[in-house]
Structures are given as structure tokens and as C-alpha cells.
Design a protein around this ligand. Structure first.
Ligand SMILES: Cc1cc2nc3c(=O)[nH]c(=O)nc-3n(C[C@H](O)[C@H](O)[C@H](O)COP(=O)(O)OP(=O)(O)OC[C@H]3O[C@@H](n4cnc5c(N)ncnc54)[C@H](O)[C@@H]3O)c2cc1C
Ligand code: FES
Length: 288
């Protein structure tokens, strides 16, 4: 059961750097890694599960009043890391942080990924753009023990798509987990020229990935919609991590409503709250 203590916590920026591009050079596409240290006893950090998120904003007045949600990218000792794409006021304020900038964190929030128990059907993780952030810890958790020494261990595979090589952020960090990382770019500048589902189909046709897999996906909504449609057609177990707009992040404001499927696992109520019922949903429970 995920930790439920989501009280706001003060934190300080420890380091900030640009994301690496596919080749390992600093990307100039606005992605950055924010490392921060929450104040107080760090005991709770060790039990953080992959797929959970935090609401983050600066505490020096430079951020909008409403914090923004970010998936936990990595735990490094008593620090947390987030991989962020600079877009609007909230993320630009974070991009302008310096060492020691004061922050406010609310979380850990949300449900996180399901248990990656060893089963007959291997996992395929599908990441679109900055939707790769919740997969680093997921890969570490889902890899069978000693997987790096056992190349025939089935999965998990990470199929990582982005607009271009410059946006395949931190590709090397994902590969360093020992999991097979297959890349796709919209412009063909790195890896397969196309999208993640086309690459998955290619790998399955070639027999390198089995037909029966479990899917976990995070990325833009059109991608998630296509993943859910594939899962329904092929009757594959599938979990989606949604990047819905959020206000409070803790179930109060109703700002993150997600339509549910009639008769689905979330019951008859037509709406779920992404921040507390998700952000990870069984794809059969919601309408993407
Ligand atoms: C559970 C969860 C986890 C997330 N994890 C990450 C993460 O690890 N790294 C990361 O960079 N981002 C992540 N996001 C998305 C991130 O929260 C938004 O990009 C951020 O809130 C944008 O804030 P802003 O003030 O910079 O942009 P805004 O000024 O709010 O918006 C700028 C532009 O981005 C668009 N936009 C804003 N939010 C979203 C969204 N959620 N989906 C699609 N378009 C949006 C707006 O329409 C606008 O065009 C996550 C979202 C959720 C719900
Ligand atoms: S973001 Fe406020 S209820 Fe979900």
C-alpha cells in the first residue's frame, strides 16, 4: 500500500542540469533534471514507489501559486530527482532554480505503478517524450534479479519514443538499468523512424518481443489512447499513467477528473480523480 502522508514539505534544490540527449550530450530542448533534498527526517524516502508523483513549486514567490505535478524520476540517497520539460510559467520557474532555491513539495501522491511481479507475460513499458520520467524506477523494480548477467531474461523492455534525438532525454540512464531500451523518433534522428507502437509491432513480428505482454505506458494523450486501443483489441493487461491537468494534487479541487468506463473497475461513478485514483489506471477502467 503506498504511503499516504502527503503533507507539504519544505525542500531545497541541490543541483539542476540539462537532460542528456540520446548521445549523452546536454540537450538544448528545455528538459532538465532537478535534484532536491526535502528537509527533516529522510526515512520516508527509502520506501517511495515508482510511478508516484509530487506537486512542486518554488517557495520564493517565483512560481505560480498552484504547484505543478511531476513524476518521481529517481531517488538518490536523501534526495529526489525530477525530470522536467520546460513549457509554461510553472516549469520555467523550476528551470530557473539555482542551488539552494527553496521549494514546496506535496506528496508522495497518487497510486503508482502496479506490482511488477514476475509472471508468464513480460512487461513492455511504452514512454512518450517526458512520459519516460516514471519509468526509471519502474525498470529497476521490474528487472529480475541479476538481469544484467542474464540477457535472455524476458523483459521488461522500454520502448522510448520522442520527437527527436535531442528529446530522448536520459536515454543512457535508462539503458544503464540493464533493460533493453528501444528508441523511436518522429524525425528518424535516432533509432526507429516512427512511433512506439509501430516499433513494438515490428519487434513482435520479428519474434524479439512475444505477442502476449503486459503494457505500461506514459506519454501524450493520443499515444495513450492508441495504447489502450491496442490493449483492448489484443486483450493485453495494460496500465496507463495520465498527465492530466491538476490543481491540488490531493483530491480536494476536482480539477483532474477522468471519465470512467461504465461497469469498469472504478464502479458506476462516471468520474475518477486522477490525483488520488491514479495517475496510473487500468486501461479498462477509464476512457482516455
Ligand atoms: C501525474 C503527473 C505527472 C507528471 N510528470 C511530469 C514529469 O515527470 N515531467 C514533466 O516535465 N511533466 C510532468 N507532468 C506534466 C507537468 O505537470 C506539466 O507539464 C506542467 O504542469 C506544466 O506547467 P507549466 O506551468 O509549465 O505550463 P502551463 O503554463 O500550465 O502550460 C504550458 C503549456 O503546456 C500545456 N500543458 C500543461 N500541462 C499539461 C499536461 N498535463 N498535459 C499536456 N499539456 C499540458 C498547456 O496546455 C500549455 O500549452 C506530469 C503531469 C501529471 C499529472
Ligand atoms: S488535482 Fe485536485 S482533486 Fe485532483
Amino acid at each position: 500500500m503506498p504511503a499516504t502522508d502527503t503533507r507539504p514539505r519544505a525542500a531545497r534544490v541541490v543541483a539542476i542540469r540539462p537532460c542528456e540527449d540520446a548521445s549523452g550530450a546536454a540537450s538544448d530542448e528545455g528538459g532538465f533534471i532537478l535534484r532536491l533534498r526535502p528537509e527533516g527526517d529522510p526515512a520516508w524516502i527509502a520506501s517511495l514507489e515508482p510511478g508516484r508523483f509530487f506537486m512542486v513549486r518554488r517557495q520564493d514567490g517565483a512560481s505560480p501559486a498552484i504547484p505543478r505535478p511531476f513524476s518521481l524520476y529517481r531517488v538518490a540517497g536523501d534526495c529526489l530527482e525530477f525530470m522536467v520539460q520546460s513549457l509554461g510559467a510553472g516549469t520555467q520557474a523550476l528551470a530557473a532554480c539555482r542551488e539552494d532555491t527553496p521549494l514546496l513539495l506535496t506528496g508522495p501522491a497518487g497510486s503508482g505503478w502496479p506490482e511488477f511481479s514476475v509472471g508468464s507475460e513480460p512487461w513492455v513499458f511504452l514512454a512518450g517524450g517526458i512520459g519516460s520520467a516514471p519509468f526509471l524506477m519502474a525498470l529497476e523494480r521490474a528487472l529480475p534479479p541479476h538481469a544484467a548477467a542474464s540477457p535472455r531474461a524476458p523483459g521488461p523492455w522500454l520502448i522510448y519514443g520522442a520527437a527527436s534525438a535531442a528529446r530522448l532525454y536520459e536515454r543512457r540512464a535508462f539503458a544503464d538499468t540493464g533493460a533493453p531500451v528501444l528508441c523511436a523518433t518522429d524525425d528518424g534522428s535516432h533509432g526507429f523512424h516512427g512511433n512506439v507502437l509501430e516499433l513494438l509491432a515490428l519487434e513482435q513480428e520479428a519474434g524479439r518481443i512475444p505477442a502476449r505482454v503486459r503494457l505500461a505506458a506514459c506519454g501524450p494523450q493520443p499515444m495513450l489512447r492508441a495504447v489502450a486501443a491496442l490493449a483492448e483489441k489484443e486483450q493485453l493487461p495494460c496500465w496507463l499513467s495520465l498527465e492530466t491537468y491538476m490543481g491540488c494534487g490531493v483530491g480536494i479541487c476536482n480539477g483532474c477528473a477522468v471519465p470512467t468506463r461504465p461497469g469498469g473497475a472504478l464502479g458506476d461513478w462516471p468520474w475518477a480523480k486522477c490525483c488520488v485514483d491514479g495517475p496510473v489506471f487500468d486501461s479498462t477502467a477509464i476512457v482516455v
